[in-house]
Design a protein around this ligand. Structure first.
Ligand code: NAD
Length: 299
């Protein structure tokens, strides 16, 4: 059993660190919010005093932080993970961040003999709790194989997708498909509703055909019942699409649909909707069209 460090004990990090303890590992953890660290200590993790302290007491350090700037600061900054790490330590960053930041951190780690994987996840809090996350990994095969038994305690599918950064490219690809899918669903349901149709009837009519999807099945019922409780927040999806556009720009790739939906997400955040579920992308199209997707009064 390894001694595992865990940095970032938020919505995802708290249940993930608990699953490592359930798997028989000793976990030492740190979060900048003392109340979150207290909660994790009550669940059985050892208290770390900084990212560097966590790293100095661990063989593997997992980070689960909001975005690239936080990961950069927590790993490369003062009292960061790399300061406490020694040659042979492994860092696994499971945050959803820009692949360019993953590559920068991997290079700094390699200069100190520290191994690095980027391993973002899909599945959200329920799958973090159940340890059934989909984990998309970037890094060297031999490092991946060493990390696999630990990652299998957190997810039900763990896939090596390529070199460092590939995990986050895969995650960005996932986030592009989900966001554009929700926006397209919104246009379709607004059109049908304004034409006088019951959106639930339309949903049931199309879901078995080519337009059917996991996104449609999960999100259309939420929109029709006007339930925008997150799930996955608009502001986090905006961050992912921004990272996708930055990565695309660095490779001279055009992402016209992603760019448009990212602007919709910015507008929704300015409209006070940043903490709603991303299914609320539909409300942007509703406002343009003066129509709300819901069952007709007579239905
Ligand atoms: P969160 O904001 O709940 O947790 C992040 C934690 O990091 C916070 O507790 C914060 O205090 C801590 N933190 C920030 N800077 C720190 C530092 N320098 N040192 C130590 N701790 C620090 O976020 P979350 O929902 O747990 O998401 C984490 C990552 O997982 C994000 O990249 C997100 O996009 C991704 N993700 C989230 C979900 C979801 O449904 N919540 C699903 C898939 C992927």
């Amino acid at each position: 059993m390894a001694k595992i460090g865990f940095v970032g004990l938020g919505i995802m990090g708290n249940p993930m660190s608990a699953n490592l303890i359930k798997g028989g590992h000793q976990v030492v953890a740190f979060d900048v919010v003392p109340a979150l660290l207290d909660k994790a200590v009550a669940n059985g993790v050892e208290r770390g005093s900084s990212c560097a302290d966590v790293a100095s007491r661990s063989e593997i350090v997992i980070t689960m932080l909001p975005d690239g700037p936080e990961v950069d600061h927590a790993v490369l900054g003062p009292a960061g993970v790399l300061e406490g790490a020694t040659a042979g330590t492994m860092i696994i960053d499971m945050s959803s961040i820009s692949p360019l930041v993953s590559q920068k951190i991997a290079a700094a780690a390699a200069a100190k003999g520290v191994e690095f994987l980027d391993a973002p996840v899909s599945g959200g809090e329920p799958k973090a709790i159940d340890a059934t996350l989909a984990i998309m990994v970037g890094g060297e095969q031999k490092v991946f194989e060493k990390a696999l038994p630990v990652l299998q305690l957190l997810g039900s599918t763990v896939t090596l997708t390529g070199a460092v950064g590939a995990g986050n490219v895969t995650k960005l690809a996932n986030q592009i498909m989900v966001a554009c899918n929700i926006a397209a669903m919104g246009e379709a349901l607004v059109l049908a509703t304004k034409a006088g149709l019951d959106p639930e009837v339309v949903f049931n009519a199309v879901k078995g055909g080519l337009a059917g999807s996991t996104v449609l099945n999960a999100k259309a019922p939420m929109v029709i019942s006007r339930n925008f409780k997150p799930g996955f927040r608009i502001r986090l999806h905006q961050k992912d699409l921004r990272n996708a556009l930055q990565a695309a720009e660095s490779m001279k790739v055009g992402l016209p649909l992603t760019s448009l939906v990212q602007q919709m997400l910015v507008a929704l955040m300015n409209d006070g909707k940043g903490d709603l579920d991303h299914s609320a992308i539909v409300t942007f199209i509703e406002e343009m069209s003066g129509t709300e997707v819901k069952k007709p009064a007579s239905a």
